[in-house]
Design a protein around this ligand. Structure first.
Ligand code: AMP
Length: 182
């Protein structure tokens, strides 16, 4: 069972790349943002709560996210999976290490996609999701630098670190990722 974490700031192209890589390598794509948006569209209690948080560009509490991911991974089958949008805090990264240990998952790669703030702001404004307003984007970037970017160091310290330029043609970035994980 292969594990891939696609990490990077909002709007860097994690989702696009994860979908394509998942298809090419026959992996499950686990996007915590998608899971929350689905819950929101279904109007569940979790969904309602999450939507309010997402529309402000804040993070859904760690215990909720860790629970969702634990449950998802406990029932996963197949050749492997890509995590897109998780872990987003140090607390989540530590929880994920524990989950991987418990489930004997030990074939992890971590890809960091990078792009500068101006590039990702422009991309997000073009995308136009309900959390892609200028105000929310600014807050998502702030939250990224404060809470999420330390996760990069967490994995670097554990020896995982594949850094890839996220600016350019989607297919070229895709080939670069495939080259690095093969
Ligand atoms: P994304 O689709 O990954 O951009 O996520 C959209 C929004 O969902 C984020 O801005 C957060 O509000 C929420 N979200 C997604 N994943 C997480 C996570 N791992 N921890 C906390 N909040 C999350």
């Amino acid at each position: 069972m292969f594990q891939l974490i696609i990490f990077g700031p909002p709007g860097v192209g994690k989702g696009t790349q994860a979908i394509s890589i998942a298809e090419k390598l026959n992996l499950d794509h686990i996007s915590t943002g998608e899971i929350l948006r689905k819950a929101a569209s279904e109007g569940t209690e979790l969904g309602k709560r999450a939507k309010e948080i997402m529309d402000k560009g804040n993070l859904v509490p760690d215990d909720i996210m860790n629970g969702i991911v634990k449950e998802t991974l406990e029932s996963i089958k197949g050749e492997g999976f890509i995590l897109d949008g998780y872990p987003r805090t140090l607390n989540q990264a530590v929880a994920l290490t524990q989950i991987f240990n418990d489930l004997n998952f030990n074939d992890l790669k971590v890809i960091n996609l990078r792009a500068d703030d101006e590039e990702i702001t422009q991309r997000l404004l073009k995308r136009g999701r309900s959390d892609d307003t200028r105000e929310t984007i600014l807050n998502r970037l702030k939250v990224y630098y404060e809470s999420t970017s330390p996760v990069k160091k967490y994995y670097e310290d554990l020896g995982y670190n594949i850094d890839i330029n996220g600016v350019g043609e989607v297919e070229e970035i895709n080939s670069e990722i495939l080259k690095c994980i093969n």
